[in-house]
Design a protein around this ligand. Structure first.
Ligand code: ZN
Length: 150
């Protein structure tokens, strides 16, 4: 067995971080994000998202659970209250279970939320074929690329 190194703590001055576009293969309507932390210990990654009115995330499955705090606006999960899903309203907290499938997550008004993903997000097509798996490593690679650290 290889000796592991200790994981260091981390602090992010959120307002000093530059907003980056969340990739269009995973979202529509101009969603921006800031990656705040990745935790290889937990397989977790934490980010905040700024979502313009009418924006949405592409179809995905939460391979691990996730926790969010909606700090502004409204988030329609699985189509929202009007379509048999659920609508979160700021200030709202939510826990998404392992294997939660979200075919439609959209923002009817300008919204923002903070979320810790305890495991990867699997983006899928309508037939549930995998399009991409975004875990802490992929999130970190994307952020490094966008902010010129790679
Ligand atoms: Zn989701």
């Amino acid at each position: 067995m290889a000796i592991k190194t200790k994981i260091e703590g981390n602090y992010a001055q959120v307002d000093a971080l530059p907003w980056q576009p969340f990739p269009e293969s995973f979202s529509a309507g101009g969603i921006l994000w800031k990656l705040l932390n990745v935790s290889p210990e937990m397989g977790a990654w934490t980010a905040i998202f700024e979502c313009p009115a009418g924006s949405s995330f592409a179809r995905h499955i939460h391979i691990g659970p996730g926790e969010y705090l909606l700090t502004k606006g409204k988030m329609d999960v699985r189509g929202g209250n009007m379509e048999g899903g659920f609508t979160a309203t700021a200030l709202g907290y939510g826990y998404e279970a392992c294997n939660a499938r979200h075919d439609q997550t959209s923002f009817p008004e300008e919204s923002s939320f903070y979320m810790t993903f305890l495991g990867p997000l699997q983006f899928i097509d309508e037939a549930a074929n995998t399009l991409a798996v975004v875990g802490w490593e992929q999130a970190q690679d994307l952020w490094a690329q966008q902010t010129g650290q790679s």
